[in-house]
Design a protein around this ligand. Structure first.
Ligand SMILES: Nc1nc2c(c(=O)[nH]1)N[C@H]1C(S)=C(S)[C@@H](COP(=O)(O)O)O[C@H]1N2
Ligand SMILES: [Mo]
Length: 314
């Protein structure tokens, strides 16, 4: 395949999606209703253009750390379904079809249902959440997400008394996602949470960043975000959510159980078998900074793990 510099090409659909977004846009993130009416975002290649209409309600997270530039969030990605090369995900994912898109919610629930992106955006108001994202590889970002609490969706399907975990699945479509032809991994990408983690108010399903619908490289049209866990837990482009009785086996557990546990809680004191987790490189900064227990969210979530051995929680 010929290499094309994504910054040199400006296909028509970029202009179209920008125009649509700019028409009648309000000054705040409330403008999110704009894409409540369409069925997911237009895919666009990585470009500085896309970020020009970024909108955000604050410049820092609650710790005073600046937001990671929009350009970095859309051009440095982990999404192994496309490629393991972080700087090439955006290009390989640019034509990923994110519309129409349905999410099936089932398993141990009284009201299983298949919901379209349209319905999700109409039913659950989108809010801005500025969260730190700490990758297990020891880089991090501060990302202004748009999304809604996963709890709202789970409450609507009414989990039965037997449900103890939530299992999430990414789309499986090797024609669109060339990385899925790599049989090193057991596709589709699967992740899981304990039910109380899934119901926690910090756990969201994200549909946008910087006031705009997600681009494919960031997990369009809908992905999980669990800010106190390593980034691999925040599964992208979700098509299935099942309430289950047994602890799900994630793709990473199946690939390297001794390196990636079920919990994936950020803990500076528990090194990865191959590197330290005590500090991290914040994208855009020169100096490393210390990694915070539970990624800085300990006050909100430490109670979920009372009495558990931290070694179980890696
Ligand atoms: N389906 C799927 N979800 C995924 C991944 C992936 O490869 N496939 N990578 C994970 C990892 S390791 C990280 S750090 C985050 C990165 O999210 P970002 O590219 O939007 O920053 O997505 C997570 N979700
Ligand atoms: Mo990651």
């Amino acid at each position: 395949m010929a290499e094309i510099d994504p910054l040199e090409i400006t296909p028509e659909h970029v202009y179209l999606s920008r125009r649509r977004f700019l028409t009648g846009v309000g000054a705040t993130v409330a403008s999110i209703v704009l894409f409540g009416g369409c069925d997911g975002p237009e895919p666009a290649p990585p470009s500085d253009d896309w970020c020009q209409s970024a909108q955000v309600g604050a410049d820092t997270d609650e710790l005073g750390d600046p937001l990671t530039p929009c350009e970095d969030i859309i051009s440095y990605n982990n999404f192994y379904e496309f490629t393991t090369d972080k700087q090439k995900v955006a290009l390989l994912a640019q034509d990923f079809r994110t519309s129409p898109w349905n999410v099936e919610v089932g398993g141990l629930v009284r009201k299983p249902r298949t919901v379209s992106m349209d319905e999700l955006l109409q039913r659950y108001p989108q809010e801005e959440r500025i969260y730190r994202l700490r990758c297990v590889e020891a880089w991090s970002m501060v990302i202004p997400w748009l999304g809604f609490p996963l709890a709202s969706l789970l409450e609507d399907v009414e989990p039965t008394g037997k449900a103890r975990y939530v299992r999430f699945e990414t789309l499986y479509d090797p024609e669109q996602m060339p990385g899925q032809k790599n049989r090193t991994y057991d596709w589709p990408y699967v992740e899981g949470l304990r039910l109380d983690e899934a119901m926690h108010k910090l756990t969201i399903l994200a549909t946008g960043i910087y006031g705009r619908p997600l681009l494919p490289q960031d997990g369009a049209p809908i992905r999980l975000v669990v800010p106190w866990k390593y980034g691999f837990k925040s599964i992208k482009s979700v098509v299935r959510i099942d309430l289950v009785e047994e602890m799900p086996v994630s793709l990473w557990m199946a690939t390297a159980r001794h390196e990636y546990g079920f919990y994936g809680n950020v803990n500076p004191d528990i090194p990865h078998p191959r590197w330290s987790q005590s500090s991290e490189r914040r994208i855009g900064e020169l100096r490393r900074r210390p990694t915070l227990p539970l990624n800085g969210y300990a006050d909100e979530v430490a109670h979920l793990y009372e009495g558990m051995d931290p070694k179980e929680l890696f």
